[in-house]
Design a binder for this molecule. Structure first.
Ligand code: C2O
Ligand code: CU
Length: 579
């Protein structure tokens, strides 16, 4: 069982246990004896089963089990200790076990709420608040059921509830000090890149574009989705003038995967101000890294990219040889892009398919009709990639794979999620059952470029209630906090930094660090065994733990976020400060 499915199983069992105890309590209050006993027995079993899931989760990593061990387990034990013996002695009036059973129900539900609303890290505050809630709910039920607890019991209950409430609230609300980070744009002139050799102008504006035979309202660069393809050759100085015609919420250009100087990175509020209607901004950077990249707006990025403000950036090492095809996949107005394309290709022609995922979720790509190699991922060449046949690849949000092959005499076709997007003729192959390539076990390994780690950070990804400025929202969180309350990571220029990224949530989080490519060290404790993987976008699936490292060699304040842009907007964004 994977950790992801364990997390789900544990959640389901916890819901069943809570439901069983509460149902049993209600049934006994209504004097439905067999029902009450049945539900209670069921709840007891579910509670015991949780011992198994919680232990397994703790063995997969403390992150997955912390609040379950510290809060859910003690409360469950208390539930069993209080309700169990009463049940055994419930020979007479079944109503006498109603309060113990309800207490068990409140205790299990309270612990469940901690997991759903708060998660990791388990805090004393959350624990105390839960205890206060459980005690208060039990006291209320007790009175409602007409029992007359003795004065001492009532007083003791009140004292426990109030004390837990006060301490818990104090611990939860007390502001964690977010370190003050110098936040000026002193890097703007850090590098002079020389006179531009490639010049482009992109004008952002609302537009109507045709997708799959239907008119779709879009936001577009130069009235087309995707925007114009920008190409350069290594050594070029690229200059792009961005103009905003009428995008009221502002536009910027972020060079996804291109490790440009900080001032050119296009993150509004961090490296520049958003470009408003009528304004312009000029980006300039040296193209010193060949590969497949893309650009997109970073202003209200979730809406902006979804509406169409993106395009391809390809930097070639030298003059083009063979056939070079870019396949930027996107969903616009619910319809898939690009439109399918067929062309004749002479046998023997070297072909490079540049697959780009510009959506916020993973896509599955399958190349049928030929053997191929994955030459590069996220713009970086792989070492010793071997030939693959009938193998699919999964590309995370923001990610790029370059597939290369020599055109056979027979047709080939590229499928994206089962739909043909590019082909050289008719191919009818079922690709949906193909195995998926694991890039951590592809190509030839080489020794790590560093022997030390200077800074370590753990990022635990989850969901949780966030009370920013007292407006509650169910945020996507990192270490229990949501943007803008996640403390920035501060490192020194030249540091070797390691991230341990843990996904406790039920959804995939495609992680993306700006300004740097990270080297994958391990996944779920197993070292990466193939070609060195230098990624800028990688899927951390539910229950997975990734270890990646990089040299912080690009000074500035860098966004570090989930590239499911809806998640990024809903809290899952932090910053790395390199100075
Ligand atoms: Cu492609 Cu910060 O994003
Ligand atoms: Cu995410």
């Amino acid at each position: 069982m994977t950790t992801g499915s364990l997390l789900t199983a544990d959640l389901v069992i916890a819901v069943l246990a809570a439901g069983g105890w509460l149902g049993g309590g209600a049934a006994s209050a209504a004097r439905r004896r067999p029902l009450a006993l049945g539900l209670a027995a069921f709840a007891l079993l579910a509670t015991l089963a949780r011992a198994i899931t919680i232990t397994a989760l703790a063995r997969a990593g403390w992150w997955f089990a912390a609040e379950k061990v510290l809060i859910a387990a003690p409360l469950s034990l208390a539930a069993v200790a209080v309700a169990g013996p009463r049940l055994l002695r419930a020979a007479g009036d079944i109503r006498s076990v109603a309060v113990p059973l309800l207490f068990a129900g409140y205790a299990t539900s309270g612990a469940l709420l901690v997991t759903v609303l708060h998660g990791y890290p388990a805090s004393a505050g959350a624990g105390l608040l839960t205890v206060a809630g459980v005690v208060a709910a039990t006291a209320v039920s007790w009175r409602a059921l007409g029992a007359r607890p003795s004065r001492t019991v009532s007083r003791a209950t009140l004292v426990v509830a109030v004390a837990a409430l006060v301490t818990g609230t104090g611990l939860t609300v007390a502001p964690e000090s977010v370190p003050d980070v110098p936040h000026d744009h002193g890097y703007r002139d850090a590098r002079t890149v020389g006179e531009p050799t490639r010049r482009f102008t992109l004008t952002a504006g609302t537009a109507t574009v045709r997708v799959g035979g239907r008119d779709v309202a879009a936001w577009a660069f130069d009235a087309q989705v995707p925007g114009p393809e920008l190409t350069a050759t290594v050594g070029d100085v690229v200059e792009v003038t961005l103009r905003n015609r009428d995008i009221g919420r502002g536009v910027t250009l972020h060079w996804h995967g291109y490790d440009v100087p900080n001032s050119q990175d296009g993150v509004p509020g961090v490296t520049q101000a958003a470009v408003l209607p009528g304004q312009e901004f000029v980006y300039r950077f040296r193209a010193d890294q060949a590969g497949t990249y893309w650009y997109h707006t970073h202003s209200v990025s979730d809406v902006g990219v979804r509406m169409g403000l993106y395009g391809v950036l390809v930097v070639r090492p030298g003059p083009m040889t063979g056939l070079d095809v870019t396949v930027p996949v996107h969903t616009l107005g619910g319809r898939p892009l690009p439109a399918p394309r067929t062309e004749r290709v002479e046998a023997g022609t070297p072909v490079r398919l540049r697959l780009i995922n510009t959506d916020s979720t993973t896509h599955r790509y399958a190349l049928a009709g030929t053997a191929f190699r994955v030459a590069a991922i996220d713009g970086f060449d792989l070492r010793g990639p071997t030939s693959l046949v009938d193998t699919a690849v999964l590309i995370p949000a923001g990610g790029r794979y370059d597939l290369v092959f020599n055109a056979p005499a027979t047709p080939v076709a590229l499928f994206v999620d089962g739909r043909v997007v590019y082909s050289t003729g008719e191919v009818s192959t079922a690709t949906t059952t193909w195995p998926v390539l694991d890039p951590l076990h592809y190509g030839v390994a080489s020794p790590a470029p560093w022997s030390r780690i200077d800074r370590k950070f753990t990022l635990v990804l989850d969901r949780g209630l966030d009370l920013h400025e007292l407006l509650p929202r169910y945020a996507h969180t990192v270490n229990g906090a949501a943007d803008p309350d996640i403390p920035p990571q501060v490192v020194r220029l030249g540091d070797i930094v390691r991230f341990t990224i843990v996904n406790r949530a039920q959804v995939v989080h495609p992680w993306h660090l700006h300004g740097h490519h990270v080297l994958v060290l391990s996944r779920d404790g197993k070292p990466a065994a193939g070609s060195p993987l230098w990624l800028d976008s990688f899927d951390v699936r539910p229950g997975e733990v990734w270890e990646v490292a990089f040299r912080a060699d690009n000074p500035g304040m860098w966004a570090n976020h989930c590239h499911n842009l809806a998640h990024a907007d809903a809290g899952m964004t932090l910053h790395l400060m390199v100075s």
